[in-house]
Design a protein around this ligand. Sequence first.
Ligand code: CTP
Length: 406
Amino acid sequence: MRPFDGRRILLGVTGGIASYKSAWLARLLTQAGARVDVVLTRSAREFIGSITFEALTGRPVHTVLIGDGHALDHLRLVREADLMIVAPATADFLARAAHGHADELLSACLLACEAPVLMVPAMNDRMWANPAVQANVATLRKRGHTMLEPATGPLASPDEGSGPGRMQEPEVIVAHAGRLLEPKGALAGRRVLVTAGPTREPIDPVRYLSNHSTGKMGVALAAAAWRRGAEVAVVHGPLSVALPEGICATAVETTQEMADAVRTELASADVLVMAAAPADFRPAKVAGAKIKKRGKPEPLALDETADILLGTRDARRAGTVVVGFALETDDLVAHARTKLEAKGLQLIVANSAREAGAGFGADTNRVTLIAADGGVEELPLQPKTVVADAILDRVERLLGASAGAA
Ligand code: CTP
């Protein structure tokens, strides 16, 4: 099953140099399973040909508003679309869209479109900053279109590009398309705080205590929550994987720093998912200078670090859904249940530190979900992305229940 199987996307391309990236976008959307219908404006065809898109999508490309056999194309195309994307959207297209023009197939489609619309502007940075463009962008936003802010980076002209203007990368556009296509559940519009990765406790300026966590599970959870329409904050230690699109990230080093950041973010969170593996111990003394080899090292005295989850018990808002993890080597369910109760959780995700293909570093995980109401569900070994969705399905149910109870 691919993420966009069964989805129909209308991709409008207007006449900007960034249209060369739209071919890759069409490819990515098609590969993800979507049926992609491409509409090119007259000026887009000065930059890129229909045949490129026809070959990439396996479908005819549309360019004509008024012509024999095309009388109702604009209505048919939007009726059959689950999502409309305009990438790149030039300054001129934004102006015509803001004023409701319908002199080309693409602008006529936009007027008739009832599906969500994702606009991906691309232009020179000074053009983007111009108040006329910004006023058109504000008008289109007010009408409910999702506007992807352009990125800052090299533009076509080598001496330009100190401000935003560059079209977002196709992979980023695909992520936003996924978010708009996702059916809206209880997480839409809610604030979700996820912690991810290990923390590090310094021994001296060059050494630290840590663990094997890579952050994959937390990152998968953050990506899935954002796709479901949540506003997502991630507090993370050093990660071995890239942070997903759309989230607000706070990087920390030690368990105490993670505890402080979690407390700050928790004030506005509806959900906390504590997927991080904070270091449980820290050196009792941090050496100010590198500890030198002298034949036999001094024993390292350790203190326990703060338990972050436990410490949030008095800082949670009423109705906040709190999910913890438990990594165990034995008596999985019994130990996890003790942690669930001690830390005041609605759900705990237990996994075994002994099983190959599960836990730290793996792309897959086998977890048992234990709810505060006593329910125990064993899930099969599956990709962490699928595990993330299974956890969030339970979180949505808990959110629905707490909204019902309020
Ligand atoms: N956790 C936490 N603060 C810590 C350590 C862990 O908030 N200092 C969180 C983890 O993110 C996880 C849950 O508590 O959600 C359980 O973590 P785990 O390492 O399984 O258990 P610990 O509470 O550390 O207990 P133990 O190491 O004795 O098993």
